[in-house]
Design a protein around this ligand. Structure first.
Ligand SMILES: [Zn+2]
Length: 469
């Protein structure tokens, strides 16, 4: 049984798909006006693993993630650099893909953009006006929060509390200070689109209501994003979608990931403790960053530091070494030693891994199970002469299934493609030749040089062997 923590009900609930065997996911994407920071990356890595987990279980997954390519921040940036919103959003959408590729995040099935969904957005706003949930002023079209009974049900706030805490904006035209813009009337120097309510552009929240409805239908399974989106963004999405559809659910499970903190403080641009993924990738592989993110349950805060990344790097290397050792060992011929015990244990760890993932996608616990299996693989490899091929292959298959769900070892395998092996053979042959010619100084120089880059050379009776430090 898959259980999911639902922000709407504030408890774990059994997952029941809208359509048997299928999963529909909408995750709020980025506003492309700068390079993605590590906080941006967290929801996408999280949902990437959730997708993989469902796919592995045989579900047909449909994953939709938007780009808010028309937005105040993009327009401000474009004006600042004397270009246009298309140039700015295009540049940072490219940057987004580059970073997500590095983090081994699979592509969404659809990436709708505001600029390409304008007709549908206008249609939805018209519908909300018709149904009496929205009204027009000279500055645009606003959603009337008082008209929607359930306003505040996701964030658990009451309208009175919100109003008490609201910053008083000087816009007397709004009926209630909490009313939010669905359509912003055109201003000079801003991009604008035609609509029945005059030239203008959409507010932020309406796009996600429109896009999720368009690409996932009237009811779908998961709506995700960072917990900073609960209010007002997701609260407003609910108000819009449910009022428009005339029903009281649209996404069945609302899932929100925790913040990334730095020295226990919330990361923010204003606090100056802000890291773009690009910067981090100069020092660490994308898989390390990914593994670091997955090492903490998605709902918990995740404290970012170089030390934690170093730890993730070491841990990931240990897992990779077990994979290499196991795969090498599997190729070895000879008297096979029973792998029955290790297979029994592997099946147990797989069951635990699966249960951890079924329990609100607990990747941290799942990784722990993978470590237990890595240890068993190492013990079996070290203690035996040759593998029981059928059983041990099954063990290694379980190990690679775990890796597949976590999305690790995929880039390393691509990057190495056997070249490392060949290069190392070549270098060790050169060293052997140097020794043969009694050029021990050169042979030692090669060995020491390799050690410096993390490769250990051991001279054995059957020639030199190498391994990673
Ligand atoms: Zn959204």
């Amino acid at each position: 049984m898959i259980e999911v923590y639902n922000t709407m009900t504030k408890k774990k609930e059994e997952f029941k798909p809208v359509k048997e065997g299928e999963v529909g996911i909408y995750c709020c994407g980025v506003t492309p006006y700068n390079h993605p920071h590590i906080g941006n990356a967290r929801p996408f890595v999280t949902w990437d693993v959730i997708r993989r987990f469902f796919a592995k279980k045989g579900y047909k997954v449909r994953y939709v993630q938007n780009f808010t390519d028309v937005d105040d921040k993009i327009i401000a940036k474009a004006n600042g650099e004397k270009s246009d919103w298309k140039t700015v959003s295009g540049r940072y959408i490219d940057s987004y893909f580059k970073v997500m590729d590095a983090l081994n995040v699979k592509r969404a099935d659809v990436y709708p953009r505001v600029s390409e969904t304008m007709e549908d957005i206008v249609e939805m706003i018209s519908g909300l006006i018709e149904k009496g949930y929205a009204y027009q002023t000279e500055s645009g079209v606003y959603y009337s929060v008082e008209k929607f009974d359930g306003y505040g049900k996701l964030s658990g706030r009451s309208l009175e509390d919100m109003q008490a805490g609201a910053r008083v904006e000087v816009d007397e035209k709004k009926k209630n200070p909490m009313d939010f813009a669905l359509w912003k009337a055109a201003k000079p120097g801003e991009p604008a689109w035609d609509s029945p309510f005059g030239k203008g552009r959409p507010g932020w929240h309406i796009e996600c209501s429109t896009m999720s409805l368009k690409y996932l239908g009237k009811t779908f399974d998961f709506h995700g994003g960072g917990s900073d989106l609960i209010f007002p963004h997701h609260e407003n999405e609910i108000a819009q979608s449910e009022a428009y559809l005339g029903k009281n659910t649209f996404a069945n499970y609302w899932c929100h990931n925790g913040f990334i903190t730095i020295k226990q403080e919330k990361m923010s641009k204003s606090a100056g403790n802000f890291f773009t993924v690009d910067e981090i990738l100069k020092e660490f592989d994308g898989e390390v960053v990914r593994f670091f993110i997955l090492g903490t349950h998605y709902r918990s805060p995740l404290d970012f530091s170089k030390e934690r990344l170093e730890e993730a790097k070491t841990s990931l290397r240990r897992l990779a070494q077990a994979k290499e050792a196991g795969e090498e060992f599997l190729k070895r011929d000879g008297n096979s030693d029973s792998a029955k015990d290790v297979l029994t244990k592997a099946k147990e760890y797989w069951k635990n891994f699966d249960e951890a993932m079924e329990d609100d996608f607990n990747t941290a616990k799942a990784i722990g199970e993978m470590f237990s299996l890595a240890k068993e693989i190492n013990v079996y490899v070290a203690g035996n002469n040759a593998p029981d091929k059928a059983d041990f292959a099954e063990v290694m298959k379980i190990y690679s299934d775990m890796a597949e769900i976590l999305g690790i070892f995929e880039q390393g395998a691509k990057a190495e493609d056997g070249l490392t092996e060949e290069l190392m053979e070549f270098i060790l042959n050169l060293r052997a030749e140097a020794k043969k010619e009694k050029n021990y100084a050169l042979a030692d120089k090669i060995r020491d040089g390799l050690k410096e880059i993390g490769v250990i050379v051991e001279d054995t009776k059957s020639g030199a062997k190498w391994k990673r430090e």
